[in-house]
Ligand binder design. Sequence first.
Ligand SMILES: [Zn+2]
Length: 386
Amino acid sequence: MRKTFSYKLYRSKRNKRLHRQIGGGGAIHNHCIALHRRYYRLYKKSLSLYALQAHLAKSKKLPKYAWWKQLGAQAIQNIAARIDQGYQAFFANVKARKAGKISRRVGPPSFRKVRNAKSFTLSQTGWKLLDGNRLKIGSTIYKYAKSREIDGTIKTVTIKRDPLGDLYVYFSCILDDQPPIDRVMTGKSAGFDFGLTTYLTGSDRNEYHAPQPLKHHLKALAKANRQLASKKRGSHNLKQALRNLARVHKRVANQRQAFHWELAYTLCAQYDCIALETLHLSGMKALWGRKVSDLGFATFVGRLHYVASKTGTVVQHIGTWFPSTKLCSACGCIHQAITLRDRVWTCPDCGITHQRDHNAAVNIFREGASSHGGHLVSQASACMDG
Ligand SMILES: [Zn+2]
């Protein structure tokens, strides 16, 4: 299993070198893109990774590219490899679109502004982990906030810069075989319905509400944007205003992230098996816009899976086309007339009044249980409390 450990680097004057290396990586990225384009113009075919890497290794020796040395050979090869991945994804996308398999368009890798460059990656060489919280990159020693031990074998080391200008180090590690999880079963399982008013409604009537960090920071964001608009291009004040804006965005992201992890751990501690709908996110975004992004459903599901893999909880997904909302959980009839506005509805066939989200959660739970094999729920018992 692969796992990434991230730490924030201490601020220091020395970090200037890392910033320079990140910027240098950005310039080499642009150099590679230019090579790709020129090669295509001349030969009408794509430049192979092998040829690009060989070319870079040769150029590195030229005096005008002497400054590439500060980045190290591996970081340079990594840039070439990532651009190649970008092109492969682009070609695969063109093929798939021609075959009519997908409509989403992926563009080829393109030029970037050097000052927006974000990271560089080293693999086996160019770095050394020292005792305590020290990391040597090139000939410079940096310190990082060591919040926990690094586990497994380190495969790559990435230095990343966020929009605030803070630096982070990411160790991508391969973990040794983990012992099987010894879960203390709670004997509880549930289905959950995602919603905008109630984040999660459980088939057991548990409800979880989400904070909406973006909504609560809209005023602060508007203010930061207004201040940004009045600053002169290239001025120090503009830089400061950009940082202020990035700071608000970061706070929003941090709050959302904290809520996600907390909820994922709460759910996994409580339930042995969790059934969820497969979300149709682009459709939801079209309907409700910003709020859907603010709640970050998809990111939450990813985090839930991660925590579940650690705690031994089973997470199931019910197919996108399962009519969880329109199905009456008491008699099994499907009612097409139910709209998004109907929070509460009465089944015309059996006369039972349903709370919309709870009814959906019960259906999701039952569908999950039937496809999972275990936990069969009879229609009557699930409806007694519903
Ligand atoms: Zn009914």
